[in-house]
Design a protein around this ligand. Structure first.
Ligand SMILES: [Zn+2]
Length: 452
């Protein structure tokens, strides 16, 4: 199918598809471990239920379904050549605790609609319904990843890491807050931990990975634009920091004798804000903060806090960490405190593949600039309608999948930019535009592929 032919589709099909997506987001939101809120974590009974429902919707859209060895739900629309590689489209169905209903979920449901819109059924004279197949040289596969958020075991991207073949067997011993190990949870879910490597895909099996996701910030809303191409996913480092001072009597210890660990840590948290807020695309967050022994009448002798540091570029991020470290030396030296840290996470930035950025851009242009897909007239006009490109400070499944194939992403406007919160939102109209842009992007990639 060509982009032009897709453009000839009645625009109401995209709205109908978006209505189905929104209704299904509502339906999935009711599958939760916490009534009145949305919480759906890895390998839970809720995970099993949403996989079954997603599989049903995939089959109804003509896809061949299976759940892989890591609990990811997959749906395949094969190419005419069964050996042909596939373009993977998807996102995740797990949530954080007390989540919104769109983060991840909307991307999976949009992928199902896109495959439904693009598929071809060959004429069959026998009167039997011919199986649906991909109209491109490559198959289309919808992936609903089982764990992106890491809400249960503290380790994110478990589902997509298994697909990428970067699974670490040490993860089996990770425990959830109830002391259940990942291994025990997998067995209870019906998975065989010894077979997790079967979920891994070879690079040669894939053409690439495309994901639609709500923006988890306010940038598109502020610009008054519905869609953006994602250029890269943030690099991130996470640290647990400990400040050591001396616990002493709150009444009997004069200020000049105090070595108050909490005050040193507080100054450090403020320094993180001061340093990061003056840097372009560097975000530092202190999200956990504790004082010990934690009594009202004792000067805190120890403080512990976390630091989440993200950046568009690894080098810039590392330079800022060096600057923060020097500042901490200074603060703690002045206050006669000691500090040390343990790095608990380090992921490089993931740059979206130029070709996939191009096709997502073409998809957006075809969607927002009527006629541009058909006659290419915009090509000679300096592209005044160049789609917005954003870097994603939030993590996504593409960070893991990037280990085996090219990654591209499409962002949709999120009013107020609220995410990981029940107020998370996206409009029906923007989802309709997003479905069309994603379908156009796939069609553009199909045309590119044929050419090469
Ligand atoms: Zn997400």
């Amino acid at each position: 199918m060509t982009a032009a032919r897709l453009g000839a589709l009645d625009p109401t099909v995209f709205e109908l598809a978006a209505r189905r997506v929104m209704a299904r987001c509502d339906e999935l939101a009711r599958i939760t471990s916490t009534p009145g809120a949305i919480t759906r974590v890895h390998l839970s009974p809720e995970h099993a239920r949403v996989n079954r429902l997603a599989a049903e919707w995939m089959r109804e859209a003509g896809l061949q379904t299976r759940q892989d060895a890591a609990g990811n739900q997959l749906g395949l629309l094969p190419a005419a050549d069964p050996e042909a590689p596939v373009l993977m489209l998807g996102s995740h169905l797990d949530t954080v605790v007390d989540a919104g209903r769109y983060d991840g979920i909307v991307g999976v449901l949009m992928a199902i609609e896109v495959v439904r819109l693009l598929q071809r059924r060959d004429d069959d004279t026998s009167g039997v319904d011919a199986p649906a197949r991909s109209p491109f040289d490559f198959g289309l596969e919808v992936a609903a990843f089982s764990d992106e958020e890491g809400a249960r075991f503290g380790k994110a991207l478990l589902g997509s890491s298994a697909v990428a073949g970067t699974w670490d067997d040490a993860w089996w011993e990770l425990e959830d807050p109830d002391g259940t190990t990942l291994r025990e949870a997998a067995l209870e879910f019906g998975l065989d931990p010894g077979r997790v490597s079967e979920a891994a895909r070879r690079p040669s099996e894939l053409v690439g990975y495309l994901e639609a996701h709500i923006e988890q910030g306010p940038e598109l809303h502020a610009r008054g634009e519905p869609l953006a191409v994602v250029s890269s996913i943030a690099s991130a480092r996470r640290f647990q920091l400990v400040v050591e001072g001396e616990a002493r009597h709150a009444g009997g210890t004069p200020y000049d004798m105090r070595r108050d660990a909490l005050l040193g840590a507080s100054e450090a948290a403020l320094a993180v804000e001061r340093i990061c807020s003056t840097q372009h695309h560097i975000i530092g967050t202190v999200g956990q903060f504790e004082a010990f022994p934690g009594a009202m009448n004792i000067v805190p002798g120890e403080a512990r806090f976390s630091l989440d540091l993200r950046g568009e570029f690894d080098g810039e991020r590392d330079r800022v960490w060096d600057q923060i470290s020097r500042e901490l030396d200074d603060i703690m030296g002045r206050r006669r405190l000691r500090w040390h840290t343990r790095e608990v996470h380090n992921a490089p930035a993931l740059f979206c593949a130029p070709l996939l950025q191009d096709v997502v851009g073409e998809g957006i242009r075809s969607t927002l600039v009527p006629g541009s897909a058909v006659d290419g007239s915009i090509l000679g006009s300096g592209r005044p309608e160049d789609p917005t490109t954003l870097f994603s400070p939030a993590g996504h499944d593409g960070m893991a999948i990037g280990a085996i194939t090219d990654v591209g992403m499409l962002f949709m406007r999120n009013p107020d930019g609220v995410s990981h919160h029940p107020d998370e939102a996206v409009s029906l109209g923007d989802v309709a535009l997003g479905i069309r842009a994603l379908a156009e992007a796939v069609a553009h990639l199909g045309a590119e592929h044929r050419r090469t």
